[in-house]
Structures are given as structure tokens and as C-alpha cells.
Design a protein around this ligand. Structure first.
Ligand code: IVH
Length: 686
């Protein structure tokens, strides 16, 4: 008998359902906190989803019982036309910036002079590089979320903020010195991790959408979206650094931080109470060295006088408090001359402007070129040839031009006008499609596109043909051996000629032909990715391969069928559909297939997954030496097992690493089977 039938025959009473709704909301809230704030999940994702679905079902049955703080209300409400403006009760100030030890000592001197004879303690914190936010709670519930705006009034973005999982929609009972805290304001910073930023930008670039310069801009852009459902798609994070309530008299900033934490808000990664300036400088130095290890960006540290009474005495000047300063770290950047702007044609015809720079050393390497992304990027920043520009290493590898040093602009700096013709030999007209940021060359025989497509096809993440790099492709295209990717598999016909070319010999020629032969066995999703279909990156190629399994099914798929695949959006569906309706592309694909290139999922990808741990429940305690807890969890789940946080008589195994916690004692008490690391590895590697 299924659960549904049980419900049919023995329906729960409304009272029982109501009780369960309350219970589920509490449970989900607890798990949200464990996951999003403490980063220590206590149940598996699947168990969490089950609780969530159960609550959703009950709320559909009793819509009158949906409360505003229900976790189901985080998915994003209706779109707005514009944001309402709300005034701040206390102005949201900004901080004065300092850049040197001397300036910090000056600040300390000013503070001491205003507080004669008093002992001053400071709190040092990380300065998160995000967007400031004020949250007001009334009767224990989130009432409003407002941006900083001009410091006096900001935008009401409550609906967007409700989607941020680390922000509690309501808070539990908390008494400080016998007084309940239910009405208060907290402030903090909304931010995105660098990894999430790069991932979102990559997807946007793949989809031909505008990319963001840094995580802060992406965060700001996200919070400004009028559709909360879109906001819910972005994994925004929150960190809290300010608390104010008329219900208690706060004594110190560090006590406030404790309250913030007890209320269930995430607090900064590193907060230190400093007794003197030496402590402050150690903190500054430590994070200057270690800031690259943080998963999010900081642009400095914030130094605050700890005592609230002293803060009040010090007061505010202009729009900054006298009791706090920011110590800003230098962004890794350099200034250099922009000698020119050249154009690069990508494999899909997208034309990217590239900055040709006077070579300059930045963060470990000499840089002479940097991307300028597209025409809008150049005009928005008013970048002109001959300007002195600032370059930064954005999100690690690719350097970019961030801005112009206007004070250094010379009168003869030249405005850049996007040409009307493709820079290749064919000089065909280029155009900008409606709603897209990039110019496009649509000539099917554009030699630059051909080169890029072949390079892409042979690249490491594509067919991985060793020896067929940029230079060789350029040479073979020029010699007429390669006109498209299918010609690669006819290169053996030119064996004798290649052997005689400069820097080629018998051995290198045969090595290349062997690598080409080997590539025929590449997995289906990589072959699909290698074809260079517009908007289809590695991720979407994998999804398509898994879904359609063989080429012919994918070829004949309708737009609707393509679109109905999870994560395949409109643009991707349209692009795949058109690709397989294009005679030239079809001919190439058929030639590849005739040459023996693999166009279907392989045996091993088709067979069912190994589910040896299905039905088994694991609890992990202590540290494992061979893998992190997260890795162990993923491994168990990939084999069909479950990981939970509490030991019960239903637990199948407790895996015990170094310095185990109380779960070990409980396992012994209940007689649950215990696995040491070696036994655990044996179990998962069977
Ligand atoms: S305290 C009156 N603490 O930096 C001071 N701000 O320029 C209120 N920020 O608008 C701010 N991390 O957006 C403070 N740990 C931190 C911070 C921080 C980032 C931002 C905040 C503020 C700006 C000040």
C-alpha cells in the first residue's frame, strides 16, 4: 500500500496537519541554518527536499495556513514595476578609507585624544566587497530589507532578499538579561562567492548575455532585478556586522556580534577584539597575505572602536563615523598605455575587441593584451586609443581593462569606432543582432572563424588532438588542407606533403595522424561540444548527450523537445535545432560520422549506476585523512547511500575518523556497526 492510499483511507485530521506544518517549518528552518550559516548540513539534500515537498503539499491543502516566514515563501514572489523608497531611521554611513600604517596610527591618535585617559579597544573585521543592506525585524519577523541608497533612504527590496537562504525570515526566542529581543535592525553585506560569480558569468557569456566585471557588480545587478524568481536563481550570501535595538542597551560591538550570532545571522569569517595597535596590524597583515584563500572577495579590513559608549562620544563627521575606518588593500592592478584595439573573430563569428597594451608586469606575469569584451564595454568606460588604462586580473587568469585614468588622457586620444567589416580577408559586413551585445560575422567561409572552429574542435576539452594547436591549424588552413573540421580526418591524404614541411618530419607527422585516429573514440558529449554549436558549452553538451543518447535522436528533436530538457533554455534549443537544419553543418557531421567519429553514448555510460549502498544510512564523525567530509558524503550518495547527522538504531554504519565526537559513543551504546577509515574505503571501493 502506498503512502497516498494511507492518506485516502486514514486521512490526518486538520489538527494533525496543522501540527505537522509547524513542525516542518521549524525543521526546515533548522536545516537551513545548519546548511547556509553553519555550513554543517545534518541531513542529505534528498531528505531536505522531501521535507520541503511535504510542507508544500500541506500548504496547497491549507493555503490559509501559509505564513510569510514559511520557507516555501523564499522561491520568489511576483514581479514588481519599481522599488518603493524607504527612509533609514539612522543614516547608513560610509567609512573613511586609509591605505597605510601611518593613517591607521593617525586614526588611533584622534580617537585617544577625544577620549582622554580612557582605554580603547578595537574590533577588526573583514571588509566584504558586496552591497550594504539593512534588515528590520518586527515581532520577530523580517519586516523590510532596504538598500543603502544615498545613505538616508534606499530601495525596498524585501521580496528579493527573502530568497537569500542565510537571512532568517523569522527569529526564535532570544532573551538577553531577561529581555526578549523581537524588534531590531541588523545591517550587513550581500555578496557572491568568486566561484559562483565565475560560473554565472560563464553561463551568461555562453548565452551571449552581458557579463559582469566583478562579484560586487553582479550582486548589485541581482538585487536590482524586479523579478524575485530570477533573484532566487542566484546563490546570494549575507554577512551581518551591525545590530541595533531599543529593547536593550548594547555595551560593545563585540557583544552585539554575539547577539547577531545568537539571533541566527551569519557573522564575519574573522572578527578580532584587539587590545592595541599591534594586534590590529597583525590582523591587517594576516589577511593581506591570506585573502586569496577566502572564497569571497574582500577589499580591506574594517576597524571599529568596541565600546558603544565611546562610539557615541566620538560621533560622526560628514557622512562617516569617527569611531571606525576602513583599511583598504590594493587591488592587484597596474597602469599602462593602450596602444591599439584589434579584433578577434571567434568560432561562432562573435567579434571581440582586444586591448593591445604597452607590456606591463602584473601579479606574476607580463601582460601585453587584455580583453575588452564588446563595443558596450568600451563605450561605457569611454576607453580611447592612447589612453592610460588600469588593468586587473579579474577572477584569476584573464586580464582585463577596468578603467581609464582620465587625468592622464592626452588630447590626441582616439575614440574607437567598431568597423563595419570583418577583419578577415573576405571583409564581409558584420552586424549586431537585436538584444545582443556582440557584433557578428555571418560569412560561412570567414577564414578566421574556420581556424577558430578547428582549433576549438581539436582543443583539450574538445577532441583533444595533440599536435593540432593554433599554429598548425593556421598553417594547414593556409595550405588548403583544412577547410572545415571534417577535413581533419582526411589529413592522412596529405601525409607525404606534411612530412616535407618546415619543422615537420616522418615521426611528427605520424604522431599527429595517430592522435587524429585516436580522437574518433571520444565520448559523445565531447564530440557534441567540439562541433561548436552556438550557446552549447561543455555542461549543456553533457545534458544533451545524456538525454538524446544518439546523434539521430538529437538531429530530429523539435525545438519543444529540446526546450523541455532541464537546463536547456530557449536560445540553446533554437541554436541546436538550426544547426541540424543547416545543410553545410549536416554535411560536415555526416562526414565525421563516416570517418568513424563516435556519435553515441558508450556502453559504460548507458549501464545503470552502481547502487551498492542503496538503503544504507551512514553517519560520519571525526576527520578522515584521505578525503573531506563533503567528499565522503558525495561518494556515499553516488553509490545510493544516505548520510545523516544523528545516530539511531536505524543507522547502518558510523564512520569514525580522527578525534570523533559523541556520535561515536552513541554508536557504541546502540551497537551500530562502526567502520574505521580503512574499512570505510573498502566499503566504498568494493
Ligand atoms: S561597518 C558606519 N563592517 O563597507 C560603518 N562595513 O564604506 C558601517 N562593509 O557601507 C559599516 N564589510 O557596505 C562595516 N565588516 C564590515 C563591512 C562593511 C563591508 C561595507 C559596507 C559599508 C562600506 C563602508
Amino acid at each position: 500500500m502506498t503512502d497516498d492510499k494511507v492518506i485516502e483511507f486514514f486521512p490526518n485530521t486538520q489538527k494533525e496537519d496543522e501540527k505537522r506544518i509547524i513542525e516542518l517549518k521549524e525543521l526546515i528552518k533548522r536545516h537551513d541554518k545548519a546548511y547556509y550559516i553553519e555550513a554543517q548540513p545534518t541531513i542529505t539534500d534528498r531528505e531536505y527536499d522531501e521535507l520541503f515537498k511535504e510542507l508544500q503539499k500541506l500548504e496547497i491543502k491549507y493555503p490559509q495556513l501559509i505564513t510569510e516566514d514559511s520557507p516555501t515563501q523564499r522561491v520568489g514572489g511576483d514581479s514588481l514595476k519599481e522599488f518603493e523608497r524607504i527612509a533609514h531611521v539612522k543614516a547608513m554611513l560610509s567609512l573613511s578609507n586609509t591605505y597605510s600604517e601611518v593613517e591607521v596610527r593617525d586614526f588611533d591618535r584622534r580617537v585617544s585624544e577625544a577620549l582622554p585617559g580612557e582605554d580603547v579597544k578595537y574590533v577588526a573585521e573583514l571588509k566584504y566587497d558586496g552591497v550594504a543592506l539593512s534588515l528590520k525585524y518586527k515581532h520577530g519577523k523580517l519586516d523590510s530589507a532596504v538598500t543603502r541608497g544615498d545613505g538616508f533612504a534606499g530601495d525596498n527590496i524585501t521580496e528579493n532578499v527573502k530568497t537569500i537562504k542565510s537571512i532568517p525570515l523569522s527569529i526564535g526566542d532570544l532573551k538577553i538579561e531577561g529581555k526578549e529581543i523581537k524588534n531590531f535592525e541588523v545591517r550587513g553585506e550581500v555578496y557572491l562567492t568568486e566561484q559562483d560569480f565565475l560560473r554565472i558569468n560563464e553561463l551568461r557569456e555562453e548565452a551571449g548575455e552581458k557579463i559582469y566585471a566583478n562579484p560586487r557588480n553582479l550582486t548589485a545587478g541581482t538585487l536590482k532585478l524586479l523579478d524575485p524568481k530570477q533573484v532566487a536563481q542566484r546563490p546570494l550570501k549575507f554577512v551581518c556586522y551591525y545590530f541595533d535595538s531599543s529593547e536593550i542597551n548594547p555595551v560593545s560591538h563585540h557583544e552585539n556580534i554575539k547577539i547577531i550570532k545568537q539571533l541566527g545571522f551569519p557573522i564575519g569569517e574573522s572578527i578580532e577584539l584587539c587590545n592595541n595597535l599591534d594586534d590590529v596590524f597583525s590582523f591587517i597583515d594576516l589577511w593581506e597575505k591570506q585573502r586569496n584563500t577566502l572564497p569571497f572577495q574582500i577589499d580591506g579590513i574594517v576597524l571599529k572602536v568596541d565600546s558603544i559608549k565611546q562610539q557615541e562620544i566620538l560621533g560622526t563627521v560628514a557622512r562617516s563615523p569617527r569611531w571606525a575606518i576602513a583599511y583598504k588593500y590594493e587591488a592587484e592592478n597596474a597602469q599602462t598605455l593602450l596602444n591599439g584595439i584589434t579584433l578577434q573573430v571567434g568560432r561562432t563569428g562573435i567579434i571581440t575587441p582586444v586591448a593591445e597594451l604597452e607590456p606591463v608586469f602584473l601579479a606574476g606575469s607580463t601582460i601585453s593584451r587584455a580583453t575588452l569584451h564588446n563595443a558596450d564595454y568600451i563605450s561605457e568606460r569611454d576607453i580611447r586609443i592612447g589612453d592610460t588604462v588600469v588593468i586587473e586580473k579579474g577572477g584569476e587568469v584573464i586580464p582585463k581593462v577596468t578603467k581609464v585614468v582620465l587625468e592622464k588622457r592626452l588630447p590626441n586620444a582616439i575614440e574607437f569606432k567598431f568597423p563595419e567589416l570583418c577583419p578577415c580577408d573576405l571583409k564581409s559586413p558584420i552586424s549586431r543582432l537585436e538584444g545582443e551585445v556582440s557584433y557578428l560575422c555571418t560569412h560561412p567561409e570567414c577564414p578566421w572563424q574556420i581556424r577558430r572552429r578547428i582549433e576549438h574542435f581539436a582543443s583539450r576539452n574538445g577532441m583533444n588532438i595533440e599536435g593540432l594547436g593554433e599554429k598548425v591549424v593556421e598553417q594547414f588552413v593556409e595550405l588548403g588542407y583544412l577547410k572545415n573540421v571534417a577535413d581533419i580526418y582526411s589529413l592522412h591524404q596529405h601525409r607525404e606533403e606534411i612530412k616535407e614541411l618546415d619543422r615537420w618530419g616522418e615521426k611528427s607527422t605520424d604522431n599527429l595522424l595517430e592522435a587524429i585516429e585516436k580522437s574518433k573514440d571520444t565520448s559523445f558529449h565531447r564530440v557534441l561540444f567540439s562541433l561548436g554549436i552556438r550557446f552549447i558549452g561543455e555542461g549543456s553538451a553533457k545534458i544533451l548527450a545524456k538525454q538524446f543518447k544518439v546523434l539521430d535522436k538529437l538531429k530530429s528533436a523539435t525545438i519543444e523537445e529540446l526546450n523541455s530538457v532541464y537546463e536547456i533554455g530557449d536560445k540553446m534549443a533554437e541554436s541546436v535545432f538550426q544547426f541540424f537544419r543547416n545543410d553545410k553543418e549536416l554535411e560536415i557531421v555526416e562526414r565525421l560520422r563516416d570517418a568513424g567519429v563516435n556519435f553515441q553514448l558508450k556502453e559504460e555510460e548507458l549501464v545503470a549506476k552502481d547502487m551498492t549502498l542503496s538503503g544504507k544510512t551512514f553517519v560520519l564523525t571525526g576527520e578522515l585523512s584521505s578525503m573531506s567530509r563533503g567528499e565522503a558524503k558525495s561518494k556515499i550518495e553516488s553509490l545510493g547511500g544516505k548520510v545523516t547527522g544523528t545516530v539511531s538504531k536505524n543507522t547502518s554504519y558510523v564512520v569514525v575518523g580522527d578525534s570523533p565526537g559523541s556520535k561515536y559513543d552513541k554508536a557504541l551504546k546502540l551497537g551500530v556497526q562502526i567502520l574505521n577509515e580503512e574499512q570505510f574505503l573498502e566499503t566504498i571501493n568494493k
